[in-house]
Design a protein around this ligand. Structure first.
Ligand code: AMP
Length: 393
C-alpha cells in the first residue's frame, strides 16, 4: 500500500495543516502522564520545520461532550514546546476567524496547536462544512494520526477532500509495518493474540489465520476455545455467545492455532488471590484462569524463537496484577529475543505496548504501533477511512 507521503512534499513556504494524535492521558491536575504520542509525531513536525513550513497542528483529546476545559490540548502545546525547544502557540479553538488569523500570521517553521477538535460535534460527524473550515487554515494537509485513522472524522477524512493530502512519517511507518504483515510477511509469521474477550478478536483471528504459520492464543479469550472443546472452566471468563465461532475456528485452523497447555488459576479476581498452576483440563469449580502457565510460556517462547516475523496484540493474563503478569512478561522477553535474532516484530494494542515498556525491552522491538484500535482494524483487513482517503503515492 503506497500512499502519497511527506517525502513527496516540498513544504517550504507552505502552511501545512497536520492531523496529529495528541490524545495523551492527563491526570487531575492536567499534567500529561505519558507523552509517547507527542514524541511519535516529532519526526514529521521537525521535518516540516526544517523545510520552513508554517505548521498548524490539530488533534482530539478524550471524549468531550462540547467544550470542556479539563480536556483542553493546552498542556500538549507546552509539552511539545519543551520537546522541540521552540515556542508553540496555542489557539483557543480549532475553527473561526480568530484561529484563521493566528494561522495566517504564522511565519516559516513556527508551530500552532489548535484546541481539541472534539469540542465541536461536527468533527465526529465527518461534517464537510467543518472540514472546509479546517482546510481553510492550510495549503496542504498531512495526516500523521494513524491512531485515529479508523474513524471517518472531519479532521481525518473529510478534510483530505479539500487539500492536497499526504501521510506523515508515523502514518507511513504504521502502514508499512502493518501492511507488510498482511501483504508480504516474512515466514514463519507468528501472531500472538491475547486480552480479555474473544468476541473483540474474532475478526482479526479470521483474517490472520490464512496468513500466519502459527497463531498463539493467550489471555481470557483462550477460555472460550477451551469451553468449546468441552473443558470445564470454573469461574473463568467465558463468552458463551462466541462458542460457535470458536468451534468453527478450531475446526478450520489445522495445527496453526496454539492454545495454552497449562494455566495459573486463582480463587478470586484480586491481586492477593490464592493461586495454583494446573493443566487446562484441571480447572476446579470456584477457580478462574488469570494467566498462562509456565509450560505454556516456554512453549510459546520456543515457537517465537524460529519466527521471522511476529505480530502481538493483547496480554496473556491479568498482567495488571503482578501474580498474573508472568505469562505476558515471558512473551515480551521472547518477542524481544526474536527481534534480536533478526525477526521483524510488531506490537499493537495498549496493553501489550504497556507490557513491553514495563519490561524495559521496547527498544528491541521493530515497530510499536501507536494505534490500538486502528492497528487492530488494520489487521482485521478493514479499510481505514483516514488511510483510504490519502492518494496513492
Ligand atoms: P483487551 O482489551 O481485550 O485486549 O483485554 C485486555 C485485558 O484483558 C487486560 O486488562 C487483562 O487484565 C485482561 N485479561 C487477560 N487475561 C485475562 C483472563 N484470563 N481473565 C480475565 N481478564 C483477562
Amino acid at each position: 500500500m503506497n500512499k502519497q507521503n511527506i517525502n513527496h512534499l516540498n513544504a517550504s513556504g507552505n502552511r501545512v495543516l497536520v492531523r496529529v494524535d495528541f490524545n495523551v492521558p492527563l491526570d487531575k491536575a492536567s499534567h500529561i502522564t505519558d507523552d509517547t504520542r507527542i514524541q511519535a509525531a516529532l519526526p514529521t513536525i521537525m521535518h516540516l520545520r526544517a523545510q520552513g513550513a508554517a505548521i498548524i497542528l490539530m488533534s482530539h483529546l478524550g471524549r468531550p461532550k462540547g467544550v470542556d476545559p479539563a480536556q483542553s490540548l493546552k498542556p500538549a502545546a507546552a509539552r511539545l514546546s519543551e520537546l522541540l525547544d521552540a515556542g508553540v502557540a496555542f489557539a483557543p479553538d480549532c475553527v473561526g476567524a480568530e484561529v484563521e488569523a493566528l494561522a495566517k500570521a504564522l511565519r516559516p517553521s513556527e508551530v500552532l496547536l489548535l484546541e481539541n477538535l472534539r469540542f465541536h460535534k461536527e468533527e465526529e460527524k465527518n461534517d464537510p462544512d467543518f472540514a472546509k473550515q479546517l482546510a481553510a487554515l492550510g495549503d496542504v494537509y498531512v495526516n500523521d494520526a494513524f491512531g485515529s485513522a479508523h474513524r471517518a472524522h472531519a479532521s481525518t477524512e473529510a478534510v483530505a477532500h479539500f487539500l492536497p493530502a499526504y501521510g506523515g512519517f508515523l502514518m507511513e511507518r504504521e502502514i508499512n509495518f502493518l501492511g507488510r504483515i498482511l501483504t508480504n510477511p516474512a515466514h514463519p509469521l507468528v501472531a500472538i493474540l491475547g486480552g480479555a474477550k474473544i468476541s473483540d478478536k474474532l475478526p482479526v483471528i479470521t483474517n490472520l489465520l490464512p496468513l500466519v504459520d502459527k497463531l498463539i492464543i493467550g489471555g481470557g479469550m483462550a477460555n472460550t476455545f477451551f469451553k468449546a472443546q468441552g473443558l470445564a472452566m470454573g469461574d473463568s471468563l467465558v463468552e458463551d455467545t462466541a462458542l460457535a465461532a470458536a468451534r468453527t475456528i478450531l475446526e478450520n485452523s489445522g495445527d496453526k492455532l496454539v492454545l495454552p497447555i497449562d494455566v495459573v488459576v486463582a480463587d478470586k479476581f484480586a491481586a492477593d488471590a490464592a493461586t495454583q498452576v494446573c493443566g487446562v483440563n484441571e480447572v476446579s469449580a470456584g477457580w478462574r484462569i488469570l494467566d498462562i502457565g509456565p509450560k505454556t510460556a516456554d512453549a510459546y517462547a520456543a515457537i517465537l524463537k524460529n519466527a521471522k516475523m511476529v505480530v502481538w496484540n493483547g496480554p496473556m493474563g491479568v498482567f495488571e496484577f503482578a501474580a498474573f503478569a508472568n505469562g505476558t512478561n515471558k512473551v515480551a522477553i521472547a518477542v524481544a529475543a526474536a527481534s534480536e535474532a533478526g525477526a521483524i516484530t510488531v506490537i499493537g494494542g495498549g496493553d501489550s505496548v504497556a507490557a513491553i515498556e514495563q519490561s524495559g525491552l521496547a527498544d528491541k522491538i521493530t515497530h510499536i504501533s501507536t494505534g490500538g484500535g486502528a492497528s487492530l482494524e488494520f489487521l482485521e483487513g478493514k479499510v481505514l477511512p483516514g488511510v483510504a482517503v490519502l492518494p496513492e503515492g
